[in-house]
Design a protein around this ligand. Sequence first.
Ligand code: HEC
Ligand code: HEC
Length: 385
Amino acid sequence: MRGLFSALTLGMVLGLAGCGGSSTTLDDGGANQTSFAWWLRDGIPLPLEPAANPMTEAKFQLGRHLFYDVRLSGNGTQSCATCHHQDKAFTDGLVVAIGSTGDQHPRNSQTLTNVAYNATYTWANPALISIEAQMQTPLFSEHPVEQGIDESNQDEVLQRILDEPLYASLFAAAFPNQGSPVTFPNIIAAVASFVRGLTSFNSPFDAFQLGDRSALSASAQRGQALFFSEALECFHCHGGYNFSDSTLDRAIAFVERPFHNTGLYNIGGTGAFPVDNQGLFAATGDPSDMGKFRAPTLRNIELTAPYMHDGSIATLADVVDFYAAGGRNIETGPYAGDGRLNPFKDSFVNGFELTAEEKSDLIAFLQSLTDQEFVTASRFSNPWE
Ligand code: HEC
Ligand code: HEC
């Protein structure tokens, strides 16, 4: 993690549950005692909460204000919401993200749907296992610059927040009994609380699960059967209530942090991926980890185009074609190579044949994972408007 704030904020905020690496035991930090009103439906377990940052409504509300506030960037132009828009399930619609000083990020902005349940954070980092730790990157990273807070402007950023009268009462409520609560550790704790509260379990698929047989069309029901079939194999990696095999909650005792190569690239036939986007390999240096990424949730997937870690697949129909082909063959240009033959490709990505009707059934099922309440609820919206 880059310089400046790592020691300061990580040390102070992150006395966090499970922060000691890939441990296989969980500590819910006694967080079951908190009274936070999670938006969950029947059958969905409570997410974990870090012992050092238990959920409170006051922190959630302060975090919501900060999430949408461009004052929380070095040059005052970008907030978290710049790259995470509610109407797009907290993505930005771009191929790759653009930071506050114009830097291009190598990766596509991720949905914040149900991030409380993720076993790891970002597209492929096994060491990032809390939202609090993940947030260091957009706030303080230098390569690429996102919100661009650094030594030269950190005092100015805090002063802008001190100058907003509304924050005095929000910080006092969130961090009672602290003399000067406007600090980066408290800012991180609050924004992480807001993000952790972004739960989405109110789609037509959920209504169907709860017994409303009219919630899914016949086409979506056929698509559901395809999704969970051994022919298509989708559910192996996108299974469970959050449609990802990298899911944690208070009921799961054994932590798995899987990553998969789906055959998107195979540069020069060596298995290689583009330099900035080599997935798990960038963290481990193990050649067999080349091109392995976390299987993202498919909830709200209809709203989060373009797809994949680098935004290189434009539509859901194209994603289905990609899996049907068993990977992507790039015939010309710097990334030429047949991803279908990538030596590190997961054995569940084998290709299959679908009729035109089956393809639209599968897409109808994926669209049934859209939660309209999540993307319109005022609870999650910009409080400054
Ligand atoms: C410049 C655009 C940009 C800004 C600003 C930004 N993000 Fe992100 N966010 C991204 C990108 C890109 C990724 C994927 C990063 C990667 O894989 O390396 C991401 C990933 C995440 C993730 C991980 C999601 C997951 O499923 O693992 C979380 C959580 C997150 N951002 C929260 C925030 C918060 C909170 C803020 C404000 C402090 C913020 N982001 C600001 C672009 C941005
Ligand atoms: C071997 C595990 C695996 C299987 C099987 C699998 N996926 Fe994926 N899926 C992934 C991974 C990993 C990613 C992210 C890859 C990347 O970004 O490079 C992904 C990405 C996606 C995305 C884009 C997500 C986003 O946020 O951009 C969609 C949509 C998707 N998969 C749907 C499906 C469907 C439909 C099937 C079945 C036909 C399927 N997947 C089968 C692992 C898998």
